[in-house]
Design a protein around this ligand. Structure first.
Ligand SMILES: Cc1cc2nc3c(=O)[nH]c(=O)nc-3n(C[C@H](O)[C@H](O)[C@H](O)COP(=O)(O)OP(=O)(O)OC[C@H]3O[C@@H](n4cnc5c(N)ncnc54)[C@H](O)[C@@H]3O)c2cc1C
Length: 571
């Protein structure tokens, strides 16, 4: 195997290697570089640089060849990835194409990926609520998950650390189920959101419909200006990349910050094949990488390895890291690697109309929504299903066809587009799911990708617990809309496959006991201490809040610990 990197300027040996440059990898790079470690970030996709590589960021709808839609031929070739939320002609370049990156769905699973520098941080939805203590404690307490080796109090300072740097807007609401953080001011609630929030509070004192927390800069602080980022302009075109740096991505924030230290090297087009384990040393010594263009193989060495390839790719790399000592994948003595894959329940929503409020409008294209914090199974197990859920909520004024008898043609239709119509509102479910051993990923023994890496097999499905949660959500949400005075209340079940939530987690879970988990309380592999897993693969349970800010907090925490151990000579 050639040992020379393609670029003669590249070194072969670093203090630390980070696999993946998305939400969590960007944070690993920032912390490791800032704390003095020479760090190599390996990214399988192309390079994406802030502003320069956002080709559609300032385009108007009429400048797109298909006005933002995808052609029938394209949709036929890409039935899977085109199902992703917000996917369209304006941002398709930040998602993979189906045929380039196959995997095997033993059961239906939509694996949504963005292979480029920045990963899915370019296209994510930016919802950033903290987990509460209930999410850490209740799975073990109510018997549907293992005990986490850390508590909310361990993570709270790291949430603060991340929130201050990335910029999170929200309100301090004092809700037990959704802790407050270091917030910039929230966007405004519109009149109908305010009304529905008030009516819910009147009818259900324990239910709080409030501003969700979002990684948007509403009022830049010095730390954001130092990153070259300014106020969010409420364009709601985030998934194209934001030239203002108004929302957080690793491309606009953590990676350039790491670069400024002089300690960062990023190597795009570098797919990590596996981690190399040295039995004599009892630790990992580096990674095997394949250049995606030339298919040449390299070995990069480091004393610390951070795995941030996103949950399922991290599982894949570890399962593929076979050695005499670990024939079933690195650190996998207990056979649990790849098991207990979970996700979040996104299968239901309720829509409604609201009469009146016709003299009220709102500013700009608010890129945020409200959230109804979890109100189920907090202090005791009280429903016929386990776990809790949060509910996102929006309200808006309609335009167009709803207001015309003729439908989508003619002068009346065009006129209707120029005037705001009546109000509609929606709420949708984001529910906890139960990690189960049978929900797993494994490697194909026969089929490989274009770089000779085994294909991943996904065997993951929803269960009856999820179905019962959906029914409760639909009943409760419709009831809340009714009590708020809404009309035309419609319940929807979309029956989508797992994966389309894009909150897949687990497979390399944290835990107290090496017999039942793969990682310890610092995200180190129990059996290979210089490998840290801090993306979604590390999750022991799913909680009900959007997970990415927890990955960032865990990454910053683990990286700081790793640097401490490195400096003491322990790694
Ligand atoms: C439309 C959308 C909306 C979302 N909304 C939210 C939200 O509101 N809130 C929230 O919390 N989360 C949201 N998410 C999920 C969020 O994007 C992910 O949880 C997050 O990006 C995961 O971070 P990560 O670092 O693990 O992975 P990623 O950000 O996906 O980064 C992984 C990187 O690793 C690279 N990589 C993969 N395999 C290899 C390999 N073998 N070698 C080298 N590099 C590799 C990839 O190319 C990628 O760049 C959303 C996602 C999408 C797409």
């Amino acid at each position: 195997m050639p040992q020379e990197p393609q670029n003669a300027k590249d070194q072969l040996t670093y203090d630390a290697i980070v696999i993946g440059s998305g939400i969590s990898g960007g944070w690993a790079a920032k912390e490791l570089c800032e704390q003095g470690l020479k760090t190599l970030v390996l990214e399988r996709g192309r390079d994406v640089q802030h502003i320069k590589d956002y080709p559609t960021a300032t385009m108007d709808p009429w400048e797109f060849k298909h006005r933002g839609e995808m052609t029938k031929d394209f949709l036929k070739e890409n039935p899977l990835i085109s199902r992703a939320a917000g996917y369209g002609e304006d941002d398709a370049h930040f998602f993979v194409k189906d045929k380039d990156h196959p995997y095997i769905q033993e059961k239906p699973f939509d694996w949504i990926r963005g292979y480029q520098v920045g990963g899915k941080s370019l296209t994510w939805g930016r919802a950033c609520q903290r987990w509460s203590k209930f999410e850490f404690e209740n799975p073990a307490r109510f018997g549907y998950g293992i005990e986490w080796p850390i508590s909310y109090d361990d993570v709270a300072p790291w949430y603060s650390h991340v929130e201050k740097f990335i910029g999170v807007c929200g309100n301090k609401d004092g809700i037990e189920a959704m802790p407050d953080g270091e917030f910039l001011p929230p966007f405004d609630m519109n009149a109908v959101q305010e009304h529905i929030s008030k009516k819910i509070k009147e009818n259900y004192p324990d239910r709080h419909l409030v501003h969700a927390r979002w990684a948007h800069i509403t009022e830049p602080k010095q730390i954001h200006i130092d990153q070259g980022r300014v106020k969010c302009m409420a364009r709601n075109l985030c998934m194209r990349g934001c030239p203002f740096g108004g929302y957080f991505s690793s491309v606009s924030s953590t990676l350039p910050w790491a670069k400024k230290t002089g300690n960062l090297t990023i190597r795009p087009f570098s797919v990590v094949h596996s981690i190399i384990y040295d039995e004599k040393l009892g630790k990992a010594t580096g990674v095997k990488v394949i250049d995606t263009n030339t298919k040449a193989e390299f070995v990069y060495k480091a004393r610390i390895i951070f795995m941030n390839a996103s949950a399922l790719n991290t599982n894949l790399i570890l399962l593929n890291s076979k050695s005499e000592r670990f024939p079933n994948g690195l650190g996998n003595d207990n056979g649990l690697l790849g098991k207990y894959i979970a996700f979040q329940n996104y299968r239901a929503s309720v829509t409604a109309d609201m009469d009146g409020f016709l003299n009220r409008y709102y500013f700009g294209r608010n890129p945020t929504e409200l959230i109804l914090a979890n109100y189920r199974n907090l202090h005791k197990q009280e429903t016929d299903y386990k776990g809790g859920f949060t509910t996102f909520m929006g309200a808006y004024r309609n335009r167009g066809p709803k207001e015309t008898a003729e439908g989508e043609v003619g002068g009346a239709y065009k006129d209707s587009l120029t005037e705001p119509g009546g109000w509609s509102a929606y709420m949708y479910l984001q529910g906890e799911t139960i990690p189960k051993e049978r929900n797993h990923v494994r490697l194909s023994k026969e089929q490989k990708d274009q770089w000779g890496i085994p294909l991943l097999i996904t065997s993951v499905e929803y269960d009856d617990n999820d179905e019962r949660m959906i029914q409760d959500f639909l009943t409760q949400t419709a009831d809340m809309f009714e009590k708020a005075g809404c009309t035309n209340i419609q319940k929807h079940e979309n029956k989508q496959a797992p994966g389309l939530d894009i909150h897949e987690m687990g497979g390399v879970r944290m835990g107290k006991d090496p017999k039942t988990s793969l990682l310890n309380q610092w995200n180190q592999l129990h059996l290979c201490k210089n490998v840290f897993v801090t993306d979604g693969a590390c999750m022991a349970t799913t909680g009900n809040q959007s997970p990415s800010i927890l990955y960032m907090a865990l990454t910053a925490r683990a990286a700081t610990y790793a640097v401490g151990e490195f400096k003491k000579g322990n790694l």
